[in-house]
Design a binder for this molecule. Structure first.
Ligand code: MG
Ligand code: ZN
Length: 196
């Protein structure tokens, strides 16, 4: 491993809706619609205390669809960051794909653009990182970036888990929620190297 690579830290990438907060079929359109999932904030705090950067990777096509402005999504994300910090955690970054599917961008999950952008900006070691999401597309994005992936049963996860096999992703672990994902990840030998 080169010294440059050694400086790169593994990250815990997390999807937002359905992992940190309750997923809404009609999208989270305001701060008032943010409802945190049980244990999610404590799970971020646990990873933060262990020294690992926690980075949100979220598709927000509501912007590209014209339903809310990017400023509203930024307000929602700032609210989430404040709640995470009040619980003793920290989000090292919040990366948003604002595009609608028809815009054919390179950052909408299942594509790995946001993870790659985060890795470059935050000096992350993708191969030792984990993407936690509630959708097959989250797992696909993590794997496409060269990271590992885990699915949670919260949010859309219970419906999405049976679809992993059809996507060729039967090997992706499915756990109850973000707390379980963090617990599993912190027990993994790949996370035993002290954070840089
Ligand atoms: Mg989600
Ligand atoms: Zn995009």
């Amino acid at each position: 491993m080169s010294s440059a690579a050694a400086l790169r830290r593994p990250a815990l990438f997390v999807d937002r809706d359905g992992v940190l907060n309750v997923n809404r079929a009609d999208y989270v359109k305001s701060v008032a619609e943010v409802e945190f999932l049980p244990g999610a904030l404590a799970a971020v705090a646990r990873a933060t205390r262990a020294g690992w950067p926690v980075v949100v990777i979220t598709n927000q096509s509501i912007i590209g669809r014209g339903l809310v402005t990017a400023a509203v999504v930024a307000d929602i994300n700032a609210h989430i960051q404040r709640a995470v910090e009040a619980a003793g955690g920290r989000l090292a970054g919040i990366y948003v794909c604002p595009h609608a599917p028809a815009q054919l961008c390179d950052c909408r999950k299942p594509l790995p653009g946001l993870l790659r952008r985060a890795a470059a900006a935050l000096q992350l070691d993708l191969a030792r990182s984990l993407m936690v999401g509630d959708a097959v597309s989250d797992a696909q994005a993590g794997l496409a970036a060269g990271a590992r992936a885990m699915l949670v049963r919260t949010g859309r996860g219970a419906d999405q888990a049976p679809r992993l096999a059809a996507a060729g992703l039967a090997h992706v672990p499915v756990v109850a929620d973000l707390a379980a994902a963090v617990e599993t990840w912190l027990a993994d030998p790949a996370t035993k190297t002290p954070p840089g």
